[in-house]
Each structure stands twice: as C-alpha cells, then as structure tokens.
Design a protein around this ligand. Structure first.
Ligand code: SF4
Length: 495
C-alpha cells in the first residue's frame, strides 16, 4: 500500500495529494509533532485549531473507509520514520506544502510531492505571470485572475462595469446601529477539551471560545452565515475599527481557508451566486472576491517568487525589539490595547488593525522585521509563513525597500482617530506631536519621516509628506527627543 501524508494545513479530500487515492490502495498519515505543538510563543488557539481540525479530518477519512495512521511524534520527520517502520509503504506522497521549511523537510525525507491545488493560481503560474514585469501590482494580478477564472465577469467586462470598488470601502465606523449580525459559535466538545488539556500550560493566549471552525461541516456553516447575513454589508466598513465589535463585517473565513477546511473556489462561487441572485450588491461581492483571488493569492505567489532571501530583508535598518504591549503588557495606547486584547482573546485582529495599528507602530518605531514576522505568525489563528512574510516584510514594514508596496503605510494618530473609536477613550491626544500627551503614533510618524527623510524624499508618492516636515521644523527637536523616549520604552512596556 502507498501512503498519502496530509499536513496540518491540507485538510481537504479535494487536494491533489489524494488524487487517485482509494481506501484499498492508500493509507493516510497525519502526524501530531510535539515540536510544533510545543512551539514557544505559539497562541493556544492556533495550536488547538490545527490539532483539533486534524483529528476531525482523520475521523472523516476513517468514516470514508481509509485506514488512517494518526500518530504523535517528536517531529514530523520522526512521525514519518515511525510510520515507515510500522507499515512499510511503497510510496509516500504529499501535496506540495505551503512553506519552504516544510518543503525542505519533505524532500530530505524522500517524500514524493504532487503539484498543489490549494490555491487557484499555482506559484509557478504566478511566476510566469510575473516574468518580465517591472512592477508586480496586485491590481494587475487581480484583473488577470478575474479574466482567467471568470469570477464576476460579463463576457470580457467586469460585472457592474468596474473592476474595483475599493474606493467605496473606506468608510469610518457607523455612528448608530451596526448593520452586520453577531456570529455564531461552535460549542466545544470532548475532543476540543482533550486537545486543550494536552497543550503546554505556558502557551500564550486565552483558550478557545468556539469562534474558529475545526471541521469542514463547521466551516461550511460559517461560510453560509457569512454569505447570507454578512456579505451584503461587506465592503463599506472594512477599514473601520470599533472597540466593542471585534469582527464588524469581516468574513472570519481565513483560518478555515488556510487549513483547507474551505476551498478558495467554493467561497468565491458562493459570493458570485449571492450577487447573481440579487442578494448582495456588486460592491460587496467584488470586495470579497478581490480579497480571495487577488490579495490572498498574490501574497502566496510572492512568498514563493521572492524566496528565502526576502525574509531577511531590513532595508530601513530597523533595530528595535517587539513592543511589549503587543504581547499584552499594559499600555496607555487605547488602539493598541484593543487590538492586543483581541489577539489574546481570540488569536485574531482584522486586517486594518494588523496593518494600521500593529504594523504601523512597528514601522514607525523601527521594529526588527524578522521579530515582527515571528510574532504575527505565532499569534494569529490564520498565521502561516506564506501569509506573514510578504504581509510584514513588504506591506507593513516596507523592509523590502518597495518591492511590494510603492510606499510605506505610515500614518499618525489622525488616521486611527478617523477610522476608530479608540482615540476618544485614550489618554493620548492624536493631534499633538510633542509632549507627554502627544500620541505615540503621531510623534513617531514625524520622527519616522525625519529619520528617513533622504530615502523617502526620493519616492514620488512620499514627497508631499516629507515636504510637510519643513512646515513643522520648529517642533523637530522636541519630536526627536520624545520619539527617542517612546522607542526606548516600547520593548519593555510603560507607554
Ligand atoms: Fe492610538 Fe494615539 Fe488614538 Fe491613543 S490617541 S488611541 S495611541 S492613535
């Protein structure tokens, strides 16, 4: 018999590792590796989610007639060696994994890999698309995907007449009632409790509260709930932040997608159907499909295209440790406290908190990119190498010098004040750029422009921002001195 080895983020029978596999000819291997489960700094809910979802997938396979070897081992490689000793399979086959370390491990251990169908655009096809282009713009890639895959197309034209409705999707938080519904939770069962009991006692983060689907059935329920109740409101408030509403109209589907519990094609099909039957407007359907076939696949393609060297980039020579507030240390910064509380409670923060609170503060203060990648990969339930490396190195920290984003996403407290309700609860003042009450984002924003003035002035998209430094020249000595105090304090807390 041959073996299909299923890794923890490949939990779907439709994946290519199962091509041609039948219960009579193939056994399935799943390894629970102690070095991954006990990985220092990994959020409790992330580990719980992966391990529980693997167990449930193993049960589904067994119910479908497969012999499943689900085993615990010190490492993935040790688990494979134990499996080979016990069953002596003819071949061990696995779908290409989603990260370079996992690919190296499979190759080192003589596993045959088959081309991944986990994404709609394989990374070799992405590389072919990228070849010869001067800039790899997400918008160009997204339109190429739309045409190629046919989502929201009327013949050769985009449905609704426009490719992109992003400009309508940046509204500040609604003042009154919120149009999106609450989300359902999935009650924990005996398996959840058994998995939790076996996790390291010192794993960071709160235990799960049933927000994250751990089976395909639950993931499909989450998808249905999203399409029917939330998708009609998806879009306008994607960039808003509210202290008492952690999910707003976000889909919450990324953890299930990243584990394979949902497939990118089926979530886009569901959005397309909802649009074609008049249940959601084009702005919402387009915004969601863009996230899935555009940004998500773009990030995946770049991860493979730019290779290992990209992970080590630090073009702005950032040298600060991670702010202690990110890991839950007390802070006066209300926006950071709210986002960090969400990470502690659920292993989650929505994309604008990731980019404009965590990422922005790390960019402005000069946090070491590799440290930020590690923290984000370990702290979020949807964290993965391929997600975090381009998003942190390229998008949030501009550590690649502009390979991915044409300008740094740097903003002072005024942006957060406009897009959230945090500033009115904060003891800092987003308009002040000096003094002890000055918002750290605002102080650090001007200090960032000042420290990198020469480099940024050469960027046409930053010229105006840099020119504003002349307008506030008299304040610069006080800004520099306060920024130095803030930067010193951030890694240890106390700000
Ligand atoms: Fe965040 Fe500054 Fe607003 Fe406080 S004032 S919530 S630190 S942006």
């Amino acid at each position: 018999m041959d073996t299909v080895w299923v890794l923890g983020d490949q939990l779907n029978r439709a994946f290519s590792g199962f091509a041609g596999a039948r219960p009579e000819t193939h056994r399935v291997l799943l390894v629970h590796a102690a070095d991954l489960i006990g990985h220092p700094g990994r959020h409790r809910q992330r580990t719980h989610l992966v391990v529980t979802a693997m167990h449930r997938f193993a049960r589904e396979l067994a119910a479908g007639g497969f012999q499943v070897d689900e085993r615990e081992a010190p490492s993935l490689a040790a688990g494979l060696a134990d499996h080979r000793r016990r069953f002596r399979p003819g071949r061990v086959v696995a779908m290409e994994p989603s990260s370079r370390p996992a690919l190296r491990m499979l190759r080192r251990n003589g596993v045959d890999t088959v081309r991944s169908n986990q994404f709609l655009c394989h990374y070799e096809d992405f590389a072919a698309w990228a070849a010869g282009r001067r800039r790899l713009r997400n918008e160009d890639f997204y339109r190429w995907q739309r045409r190629r895959l046919g989502y929201l197309m009327d013949g050769d034209e985009p449905a609704g007449g426009r490719w992109n409705y992003d400009a309508e999707n940046r509204r500040p938080p609604p003042a009154g009632e919120r149009p999106w519904p609450q989300r359902r939770r999935f009650p924990l069962d005996a398996l959840d409790r058994r998995v939790l009991a076996a996790l390291p006692a010192d794993a960071p983060g709160a235990g799960p509260a049933g927000w994250w689907p751990t089976s395909r059935g639950q993931a499909l329920e989450r998808l249905d709930e999203f399409v029917e109740g939330v998708l009609p409101h998806f879009g306008p408030w994607q960039d808003a932040m509210l202290g008492d509403d952690w999910h707003l109209a976000h889909s919450l589907l990324s953890p299930a997608l990243n584990l394979g519990l949902l497939l990118p094609a089926e979530v886009c099909d569901a959005a397309e159907r909802a649009f074609r039957t008049g249940r959601v407007p084009i702005e919402s359907a387009e915004g969601f499909v863009r996230q899935v076939i555009g940004w998500r696949e773009y990030v995946w393609g770049l991860y493979w295209l730019w290779g290992e060297e990209y992970e080590g980039r630090n073009e702005l020579e950032a040298d600060l440790g991670l702010p202690a507030a990110f890991r839950g240390a007390a802070t006066r910064m209300a926006c950071v406290a709210a986002a960090a509380a969400g990470v502690e409670a659920r292993g989650y923060a929505h994309h604008i908190q990731r980019l404009m609170v965590f990422g922005n503060l790390a960019l402005l203060a000069g946090v070491r990119p590799a440290e930020m990648v590690r923290w984000m990969r370990d702290s979020f339930v949807d964290g993965a190498d391929w997600v975090m490396v381009p998003n942190v190195i390229g998008m949030a920290l501009h550590a690649d010098g502009g390979m991915m984003a044409t300008k740094p996403y740097a903003a002072g407290g005024g942006y957060i004040d406009r897009m959230s309700d945090s500033c009115r609860r904060c003891s800092f003042d987003p308009r002040q750029r000096t003094g002890p009450e000055g918002c750290p984002f605002t102080v650090l924003y001007w200090d960032f422009l000042d420290r990198h003035r020469e480099r940024l002035a050469a960027n046409p998209r930053m010229v105006l921002q840099v020119r504003n430094l002349d307008r506030i020249a008299a304040d610069l000595p006080a800004i520099r001195s306060r920024a130095a105090e803030i930067r010193r304090a951030l890694p240890d807390g106390g700000i």
